[in-house]
Design a protein around this ligand. Structure first.
Ligand code: S3P
Length: 450
């Protein structure tokens, strides 16, 4: 829901070695998709390990408003009685997706080819984010949209009465846009084709296939071509949501920079479209190993063993890797601050339109902590100060962005003086147990009075 109540200022201070096992909550991307595809199947989908963060709970509320019957059985177990492709009812009230770009964009796609009208809104962060990237392709199916200037929320979408399938080349690397077009294509007769230049996370494709849709993926010189046959009957599934590598990134990176750390992070999905951060950290010389490598639910999975790594070196992160670690650049910029030499991140302009402008948010906060940063529209360079070299001692803005808030908290565990944030409330959108989990490992994080 919009807003997070009163701000929750927090402070992280130099921590003794992090030790123990970090059990990470379910994957946010897969949790959203489980609820939405469950709502579009006929019959009961059972989900275990659902992420019960605010973003996903907003998607569950939205799916109920479209007519799905959703039950929370406790302990991460949920069931969804779906209404079938084309079966969405018209919601009686405005759909509030809170802070979640994934939630609102996927749901817009999913309803755009049904003859219903829906108005969407979200919190101040979501209302500032571009939705034209969804309304452009859904208009090709025949949907109409009426939003604020610049394609911002609140926005009303009038779904297409007689949708036509589309052929769409996604203009930016975005799994949200790709997924919205595929979900819209579900209720269009015939074949919808989506082409992406670079591979982005492929959970929608994997799950659509699992739910019984006919979907074909071909890697061509033009890019990744995905062809979906519309109007399938989706079969309900039993889904075990893997643990989120994007959340695992925070304890992993904290352990690398906090002296004396040695932690185990079990059962982390290493889908190649998501695991770019771990490859990058290893390239920098991080003591990060994969134990017990295996396949779980069709996804490569491992337990991560992470130890304090005093000799990491800055690198140039290959731009072709950006899509596979797009949510991890904020925490990578923290690790880079403690490496020797410069870390260059190019091809990252999508960071400017996330929950906040993540280049600006990290650059300003790191600079305030004493780190030299260079940036342009599509790039950020961090001049590393080596282990123990970052002064800290300031309050950074979290800008309604969970990943910015958690990145600065991890930073403060290794800086000379404590680092504070103005508001840790947004952390609950994706990683509601961040504070107790990190504290249990030995991190010094406290809530402070404003
Ligand atoms: C997501 C896709 C990414 C990512 C977001 C989750 C998804 O966004 O940043 O946190 O679940 O599809 P873009 O597709 O806009 O890059």
């Amino acid at each position: 829901m919009s807003g997070h109540g009163n701000p929750i200022p927090m402070t992280a201070s130099k921590s003794g070695g992090l030790k123990g096992t970090a059990h990470i909550p379910g994957d946010k991307s897969i949790s959203h998709r489980s609820l939405i595809l469950g709502a579009l199947a006929v019959g009961e989908t059972r989900i275990t390990g659902l992420l019960e963060g605010e973003d996903v709970l907003d998607t569950a509320r939205a799916m109920r408003a479209f007519g799905a019957d959703i039950t929370d059985h406790g302990d991460g177990k949920w069931s969804v009685h779906g209404v079938g492709v084309g079966g969405f009812a018209e919601p009686e009230a405005v759909i509030d997706c809170g802070n979640s770009g994934t939630g609102v964009r996927l749901i817009m796609g999913a309803m755009a080819t049904s003859p219903i009208t829906t108005t969407f809104t979200g919190d101040a962060s979501l209302r500032s984010r571009p939705m034209g990237r969804i309304t452009d392709p859904v208009s090709l199916f025949g949907a109409r949209s009426y939003g604020r200037t610049g394609g911002r929320l609140p926005m009303t979408i009038v779904g297409a009465d007689n949708p036509i399938p589309v052929h769409y080349r996604v203009p930016m690397p975005s799994a949200q846009v790709k997924s919205a077009v595929l979900l819209a294509g579900l209720n269009a007769p015939g074949q919808t084709v989506v082409i992406e230049q670079e591979a982005t996370r492929d959970h929608t494709e994997r799950m659509l296939t699992g739910f019984g849709a006919e979907l074909n993926v071909e890697n061509t010189k033009d890019g990744r071509v995905i062809t979906l046959t519309g109007q399938p009957e989706l079969r309900p599934q039993t889904i075990t949501v893997p643990r989120d590598p994007s959340s695992a990134a925070f304890p992993v990176c904290a352990a690398l920079i906090v002296e004396g750390s040695d932690i185990l992070v079990p059962n982390i999905g290493l889908n190649p479209t998501r695991a770019g951060l771990f490859t990058t950290l290893r390239d920098m010389g991080a003591d990060l190993t994969y134990e017990n490598e295996r396949e779980e639910g069709g996804e490569p999975t491992a337990d991560l063993r992470v130890k304090f790594s005093p000799n990491m070196k800055g690198i140039e992160v290959p731009p072709g890797r950006a899509a596979s670690m797009i949510d991890e650049y904020p925490i990578l910029s923290v690790v880079a601050s403690f490496a020797e030499g410069t870390t260059t991140m190019k091809g990252v302009k999508e960071l400017r339109v996330k929950e906040s402008d993540r280049i600006d948010a990290m650059a300003r906060g790191l600079e305030a902590c004493g780190v030299k940063i260079e940036e342009d529209e599509d790039m950020m360079i961090v001049h590393g100060m080596g282990v123990g070299g970052v002064p800290g001692g300031v309050t950074c803005e979290s800008r309604m962005d969970h990943r910015i808030a958690m990145s600065f908290m991890c930073l403060g565990m290794a800086t000379q003086k404590p680092v504070s944030i103005d508001d840790g409330g947004p952390i609950a959108t994706s990683f509601p147990i961040f504070e107790p989990l990190m504290t249990e490992l030995g991190a010094q994080i406290i809530r402070t009075t404003p």
